[in-house]
Design a protein around this ligand. Sequence first.
Ligand code: UFG
Length: 329
Amino acid sequence: MSETYLVTGGNGYIGSHMCRLLAQHGATVHVVDNHAASPAEPVHGYGTFHRMDIASAECGELIAWLRPTAVFHFAALANVPQCQADPLRAYRDNVAGSLALFQHCVEAGVRRVVLSSSCAVLGEPEVELLDESLPLRPASVYGHTKAMVEQMLGDLCSRGSLDGLVLRYFNAAGAAEDGSLAENHRPETHLIPRLIDAHLAGEQSTFCIYGDDYDTPDGTCVRDYIHVEDLARAHLLAERWLVGKEGMHTFHLGSGKGYSVREVIEVFEKVVGARLPSRVGPRRPGDVARLVASVERARAELGFEAKWSLEDAIRHALASRLAMATTAG
Ligand code: UFG
């Protein structure tokens, strides 16, 4: 592969795994990251880093100069509670930022944009498996911002200004198999890293399950966990699939299997070989009972199938966290 790709948010969790995969395929990678939602220093060496905001004039100049084959757009405020608490920042970073980025692409004649979106745009549809035909009914500020960005991209693609892919993730989990990249959000809100925190904190700590009175078999929320390396691979397949196509195309990226919070804890205990004391706390505002992807379209069109299991994701997340702690210490 001799293409040049621009990865916005390439210092973040999913973006960094994407950079690694592109570099492994021989692509030239450029990262645009303002480090507002990711560590202050680059977390990997897979590409040239440009510390700048996607909305800045410099970013427009960079895109015009690079003329990348495609832009993978991960940069966003992706922390759901933070978006809820600070809608101004959420709309500025996610919506205004994306609008400026799309404008940079149109002005530079860069056609292909791969948008990192989320099942949060769907709200809580009452069907078992969520497919791409469902209407957008976001139930959180974060979901609203992602739905708006999808809409903007869709309108630009309908007009023929861009060719777009909307990739809606379910729950990204795990880390690079070799432990070289990790999930590192501050503050951390996600289930698996918080289980690791509780496990590493030892006996002083009891893990809090946010509610067990949902309409699910064991009362705790059901989610579809997809390994971050599977996610990155799906992006590459989708970007290649887009070649020669026009318009905007949407894919759901998940494993197609749902696990309740209690089931995730059971798998976690199996991986670490120890019990994790837990208690049930109140529901977390904005959580919905069940979100599980229909993987049919991604399988049929992209030939994508998740390779790693939830157990693998937990094992890799734990190994990378321990590797990170060793490096830091
Ligand atoms: N949970 C706990 N305790 C914790 C942390 C999480 O019980 O300490 C539960 C949550 O209530 C939820 C499940 O674990 O039921 C998964 O929670 P995460 O925070 O890991 O993930 P979410 O399902 O909330 O978030 C994911 C994506 C978001 C996306 C959202 C859509 O990470 O990007 O789904 O609802 F917006």
